[in-house]
Ligand binder design. Structure first.
Ligand code: FE2
Length: 258
């Protein structure tokens, strides 16, 4: 695809307001599978344990909302129910971790020793990605959207890593095909990374009515010095070949939490 980004429509979080014909043209030839799962060993890469130890000091990250409620009660607050603002405040606690923190060392080690060897070439990736929190009982933290409308990076692929098992309301929801708009949750276990074509494949979250909090990290990566959509497609095709293509999200949507 020639990245005719001068035609980029106004960025919008509402997929119904995106020029879908434009988006389909811009996507050009798409990957064989729009998403794939990468499995890793949580004993070798204990992200959740380090987050729990160094940032939140709790045993189970998916119970973060319970600890937050207890904290509010101790402070004498009348309203202890988690809010959208709490999602941001709790995620920002990660900012207190400096670049030398164990968590970031582990993150960069993962990129160097797991992702880059799988890719088989040098990669560029987000150096300090944002932690995302979706507390139980709070509304969507990400309306359905396409990253290309904001990033303009036609060569990038998305990397979404949860630190607890996610399904249904705590999962990331993807459309089954480009422009299908039939969003379904993709169950992902702690120990898996969802790699997907988030520039052009619609994705987002829904209100979390479950009793579990989701803690995750997301970033984008690409071949080093890449600049074209074809390279992004080739990257996802390569990973699908190495890792095995993703199952149909429609099928996954009916599965129980893994
Ligand atoms: Fe996104």
């Amino acid at each position: 695809m020639k990245g005719s980004l001068g035609l980029t429509p106004t960025p919008s979080a509402d997929p119904s307001r995106v020029d879908r014909a434009w988006l389909a043209r811009e996507a050009g030839p798409v990957p064989r599978a729009p998403w794939v799962l990468l499995d890793y060993d949580t004993r070798r890469w204990p992200f959740a344990a380090i987050l729990s130890r160094d940032v939140y000091r709790i045993r189970r990250l998916d119970r973060l909302h319970v600890h937050l409620g207890e904290h509010k009660r101790r402070r004498g607050e009348r309203r202890v129910h988690p809010t959208a603002r709490d999602n941001v405040i709790v995620a920002n606690m990660m900012a207190e971790q400096g670049p030398e923190a164990d968590f970031w060392r582990l993150y960069h080690g993962f990129m160097l020793r797991v992702l880059a060897p799988l890719v088989g070439r040098g990669i560029s990736y987000t150096q300090t990605p944002k932690l995302r929190i979706h507390l139980a009982g709070t509304r969507s933290v990400s309306s359905f959207h396409h990253d290309i409308c904001v990033t303009k990076r036609i060569d990038q692929i998305n990397f979404w890593m949860p630190f607890c098992d996610v399904a249904d309301e705590t999962a990331l929801w993807l459309e089954s095909d480009y422009g299908a708009c039939d969003f379904r949750p993709v169950p992902v276990r702690y120990g898996q990374v969802l790699i997907f074509d988030g520039g052009y494949l619609g994705h987002g979250s829904v209100e979390n009515q479950s009793d579990r909090t989701r803690v995750s990290l997301d970033m984008r990566f690409s071949y080093k010095r890449s600049a074209t959509r074809a390279e992004g497609v080739a990257l996802l095709n390569h990973l699908a070949g190495v890792l095995g293509s993703a199952p149909d999200p429609q099928i996954c949507a009916s599965e129980e939490d893994a």
